[in-house]
Design a protein. Structure first.
Length: 242
């Protein structure tokens, strides 16, 4: 029975590795770019790789680079990345209904590897997801992110100094590239982005707070206002229907 269980787990792990290959390939340009930008932001190779090892969250790591460039404090960076990753609570709750029952320690380990991409692969898998399958998917995606981040830093270190300095502009281009598709799909995202920019400008230009806190506060205020408006609109709609 033990041999049969081990064989099944090994088979599920191999299936997870195969399913995670597409994620690993997709992470190549993103992680490579992160490594390049980390180099131009002043991070060393070990710091860049360590961030990918410990954080393993693309959007949060990109945001962290911009905050580091502004000289933001560690607490503001942690708080900002926490806000950005709040959606992971919902993803983890959803996957908890799909994965097989297992020891808490195993769930704690593979929950670290849940990203938008790994969540999509596991959530769309037919039937329940075995622990081995999750570890397979996460092993490929995690290792590729870490390796390609380090590779990007090494490539950046060999670029001409002028090109390294100009790579800082790519960080803003990356954020625009991530924001525009979302703005096309949802008007709420447009208002959220505009409102956040207005609040951040007021806080920074008026010298009301430090850059890091300005970003955090602007993000929270914008989200609260937009969601409050949405709740009011839904309540009015319900009253009109009744």
């Amino acid at each position: 029975m033990a041999d049969l269980a081990f064989s099944k787990e090994s088979s599920e792990f191999k299936k997870g590795l195969q399913a995670g290959i597409s994620i690993g390939i997709g992470y190549f340009p993103i992680a490579l770019t992160f490594g390049l930008l980390a180099k131009t932001s002043g991070l060393s190779l070990s710091e860049t790789v360590l961030m990918s090892i410990i954080v393993f969250a693309g959007a949060s790591q990109y945001i962290s680079l911009s905050l580091i460039a502004y000289g933001t404090g560690i607490f503001e960076i942690i708080l900002t990345t926490f806000i950005v990753n709040i959606r992971h609570f919902l993803m983890s709750t959803s996957l908890n209904e799909k994965v097989e029952e297992d020891h808490l320690i195993n769930k704690l380990i593979y929950s670290f590897g849940i990203t938008d991409e790994t969540f999509s692969v596991v959530a769309t898998k037919e039937g329940p997801a075995a622990t081995g399958f999750l570890f397979g998917v996460i092993s490929v995606s995690y290792s590729s992110w870490v390796v390609f981040s380090g590779l990007g830093h090494l490539i950046g270190a060999n670029l001409p100094q002028t090109l390294q300095e100009s790579m800082g502009v790519a960080l803003y281009a990356m954020f625009i590239g991530l924001l525009v598709p979302s703005m096309k799909k949802s008007v709420k995202v447009v208002f959220l982005a505009v409102l956040g920019a207005i609040f951040n400008s007021i806080f920074t230009i008026g010298d009301l707070m430090a850059q890091g806190w300005a970003i955090v506060t602007a993000t929270i205020l914008s989200a609260v206002i937009i969601e409050s408006v949405e709740v009011i609109k839904r309540n009015r709609s319900v009253r009109n229907e009744s």
